[in-house]
Design a protein around this ligand. Structure first.
Ligand code: SF4
Ligand code: SF4
Length: 306
């Protein structure tokens, strides 16, 4: 049986390296394995994918992975913005880098048909490696819960890569091994859970841009209103209505009609459609400075529209 794995991450988070370490660790155990990345727009922060195939028997498949057994998500902000569960087998695994419980992730993202493991891989990475490189702890979580490879094989592979010219007492090698071990220990798991769960009280999310019909003919206006495009956002505008002078400059320049009005007064921002371009902040007059762009936080509710 071949186990197929798809990684979702942003460029710079180490999905390609993580997939490669996993494949090499599996080979160390006598298994057969592949790893390969897929890139889209090449820039730091752009969504990327990487893939693994691992088997006890030799195999000759070299096509892309379309029906994975396991999906690994290194950036929780990608959920809702890229098709995380596309092709994922019923009862398949989702490994999510997030500081929340697995059951909460199941409920929040509608993943009750899958086995979910959460691990605060970014937090563990910052604690040990002093950087947000979540691929190492998530590999530990994978070994602990899905058992695709043994922790010892991952440790041996990590030492082999990192210790060249350094020695196993090197602080970088030690920090990586610690991150791996913590990822192995600090996970939360939720099994498939098909019973209905109490509503979280939030409105269901709009369809995402990737759910648009391929090559569809747009035969009417206003289609942006019925699809969520705000998931592209890396920064979010925060509006302080206490100092807003309602000059409407932000409304005038917003390319996504995401500034909400009531009559001639600003009442809020439509985060389902705001792409975080920052033009509103630029145009807000210095006497008001009512809009400030801040880093988008992971796991924001699906919408904050008033
Ligand atoms: S950040 Fe850009 S898209 Fe979002 S509200 Fe401001 S101008 Fe509109
Ligand atoms: S530009 Fe600034 S002051 Fe003017 S309406 Fe927008 S938020 Fe308010």
């Amino acid at each position: 049986m071949i186990i197929e794995i798809r990684w979702h991450a942003r460029a710079g988070q180490g999905a390609k390296t993580g997939a490669n370490i996993l494949a090499q660790a599996a080979i160390r155990q006598g298994k057969y394995a592949q790893s390969f990345p897929e890139f889209g727009p090449e820039r730091r922060g752009a969504p990327v994918q990487a893939f693994n195939r691992i088997s006890d028997e030799p195999f000759t498949i070299h096509s892309g992975v379309t029906e994975p057994d396991i999906v690994i998500v290194l950036d929780p902000k990608l959920v809702g913005n890229v098709p995380i569960t596309d092709g994922l087998k019923a009862g398949g695994w989702i490994f999510l880098n997030a500081p929340i419980g697995a059951r909460e992730a199941q409920e929040r993202f509608g993943w009750q048909a899958f086995r979910v493991v959460t691990c605060d891989a970014s937090g563990l990475s910052k604690r040990t490696l002093k950087r947000d490189i979540p691929n190492v702890p998530i590999l530990g979580a994978l070994a602990a819960r899905a058992g695709v490879v043994a922790l010892e094989s991952l440790q041996t592979e990590s030492i082999s890569r990192l210790a060249k010219g350094r020695g196993t007492d090197d602080p970088v090698v030690k920090a990586n091994l610690e991150a791996l071990a913590l990822g192995y220990e600090e996970t939360d798991f939720a099994d498939v859970h098909t019973q209905s769960l109490p509503s979280s009280g939030t409105k269901p999310p709009l369809p995402a841009w990737y759910e648009l019909p391929v090559a569809g003919v747009i035969d009417r206006g206003g289609t942006a209103q019925v699809y969520q495009t705000g998931g592209w956002r890396l920064k979010r505008p925060e509006l302080d209505l206490n100092v807003c002078v309602h000059c409407l400059m932000c409304w005038l320049v917003c390319p996504d009609s995401a500034i909400l009005l009531s009559g001639a007064r600003i009442i809020g921002i439509d985060y389902r459609h705001c792409k975080g371009c920052g033009l509103c902040e630029t145009q807000c007059p210095p006497r008001a400075r009512a809009i400030k762009m801040v880093e988008e936080e992971a796991l924001q509710p699906a919408e904050k529209t008033p």
